[in-house]
Ligand binder design. Structure first.
Ligand code: PDD
Length: 282
């Protein structure tokens, strides 16, 4: 198949899939999701993505009826049915189907599983990107990968309308993360990235980058940095499953980075090598 969608045991082409209007995802964004990229039919870091969706779900009191093993089996069976060497795997649990009502105490159904697989390419980590800064107006559940993404959608649109690729969110002075990525800087040979709190998503790519730095003996500081520090950093880059490691050359129309390409390229290339090895591409 060219692509596939899944909803509570039913499958079909994405464009033909319909879901019940009363799924609480539709009214409330009452659910959590995760995303992995798939090469050679192997989803990258799949166990980490599955662990994270169960963690996200538990944090909003959603308790999937299936075990992680069963979810993994379903996801692999979807991947197997789609042609293509480079795919995106999206999956989400919503609280389930019930007539609209904020309180879910008396809900009888089980959480719904939604998923799709379709062709998609990674953002090219060998290009440089433009960003803009946007005030972070999200609520304080940013560590949970909820499907409530309106502020991220608006910020990302603002970036594209300005001819940029990513919106870099900040609360006051403090850079939090991107609209759909984590942001890191390099300064004096040290990688600095925001600490894991309720203001950022614990990105799986971010975690891999930290491990790569440790392997390459690049010191890591998980501490907040300001917009000014970012603008003056040696390099600024975003990380996400769909992009791995991509550097900015301009933010808000001002040139940034370009002063430590050696360290940036070492991290990016190590990540690319990791992807190729994990997915059997060599
Ligand atoms: N987004 N921060 C936010 C707000 C994100 O939405 C994402 C990813 C990340 C990076 O997380 P990871 O490295 O685990 O992909 C950080 C996904 C890809 C999306 O919404 O499509």
């Amino acid at each position: 198949m060219k692509d596939i969608a899944y909803y509570n045991g039913q499958t079909g082409p994405i464009d033909e899939m319909t879901v019940p209007m009363n799924d609480r995802a539709c009214y409330f964004g009452d659910g959590v999701y995760d995303v992995s990229y798939v090469f050679n039919h192997i989803p990258m870091a799949i166990d980490e993505h599955i662990d994270r969706i169960y963690r996200s779900a538990a944090m909003i009191d959603i308790h999937p009826s299936m075990e992680k093993k069963e979810l993994k089996h379903i996801l692999f069976s979807l991947i197997d049915r789609v042609e293509g060497e480079s795919l995106i795997l999206y999956f989400q649990f919503s609280r389930g189907v019930a007539p609209r009502g904020h309180d879910y105490t008396n809900m009888t159904g089980v959480p719904s599983l939604w998923a799709y697989v379709k062709p998609a390419a990674l953002v090219d980590a060998f290009q440089d990107y433009k960003g803009i800064t946007v005030e972070d107006k999200r609520f304080f559940f940013c560590n949970i990968k909820t499907i409530n993404l309106l502020p991220s959608v608006l910020a990302n649109h603002q970036a594209h309308a300005a001819g940029a690729e990513e919106a870099i969110l900040h609360r006051g002075d403090r850079v939090t993360e991107g609209s759909h990525s984590n942001i890191s800087i390099l300064k004096d040979g040290v990688l600095q990235t925001a600490p894991l709190d309720e203001l950022i998503l614990p990105g799986i790519t971010r975690a891999h980058v930290i491990r790569i730095c440790q392997r390459l003996s690049i010191p890591v500081r998980e501490e907040p940095f300001t917009v000014k520090e970012m603008m003056e950093a040696d390099e600024v880059f975003f990380t996400a499953s769909g992009a791995l490691c991509c550097r900015f050359y301009e933010i808000d129309g001002i040139p940034v980075g370009g002063r430590d390409m050696k360290t940036f390229c070492a991290i990016r290339d190590a990540y690319e090598a990791e992807r190729r090895a994990e997915c059997g591409l060599d």
